[in-house]
Ligand binder design. Structure first.
Ligand SMILES: [Zn+2]
Length: 180
């Protein structure tokens, strides 16, 4: 039953992506970024990928403010999305411009030093749902024997989700709002 529900949810989500594609929203990061992200992050997952999409969308929304000062990021969770955000914004732990505040809010705030205003990016309910489904599948797969067909199927579903999240129109995944 749970499996059927998950499948139905996935089909609905893919349909949603397809429909939203018609409305033509902004493209996401270049496909090559996801390979670099997987190497940086150590594994392929929905969380890091969605972090990349949030970071990319938020930086784009800052427009010409980018370049007028040091970019700063605050992400309200210490989890996989942080690495995607670092890759797409250039705000890193190493250069001291990203801060993780320990609430599970999946909310990114991006601002530029010395420039008023900020941009906030959060996930749409559809994106959050896909992240949840991916996490469940990942947990299930780890409990299955290495070469079992069930594990292979779970792996295939996970790949499908990653592919859909990488190519989905931005507006179906990320909600961006700006404050002056
Ligand atoms: Zn991860």
């Amino acid at each position: 039953m749970k499996k059927a529900l998950l499948s139905a949810g996935f089909v609905l989500c893919v349909l949603g992506f397809a429909l939203a594609g018609w409305t033509g929203s902004a493209p996401g990061p270049d496909a090559s970024l996801y390979d670099a992200l997987a190497r940086f992050h150590g594994h392929r997952c929905a969380g890091s990928l969605l972090g990349a999409r949030m970071g990319f969308a938020a930086k784009a929304a800052l427009g010409d403010k980018v370049g007028k000062g040091k970019l700063r990021a605050v992400y309200y969770a210490a989890a996989c999305p942080l690495d995607g955000i670092q890759m797409t914004t250039g705000c890193t732990l190493g250069n001291g411009t990203i801060e993780a505040k320990g609430k599970e809010e999946r909310r990114l705030v991006l601002s530029v030093d010395g420039v008023p205003g900020s941009v906030e990016a959060t996930l749409t309910p559809e994106a959050a749902e896909q992240a949840r489904v991916f996490k469940d599948l990942s947990k299930t797969a780890k409990g299955l024997p290495q070469r079992s067909p069930e594990r292979q199927r779970a792996g295939e579903r996970m790949e499908e989700i990653l592919k859909a999240l990488a190519s989905a129109p931005e507006a179906t995944l990320v909600i961006v709002s700006a404050s002056q």
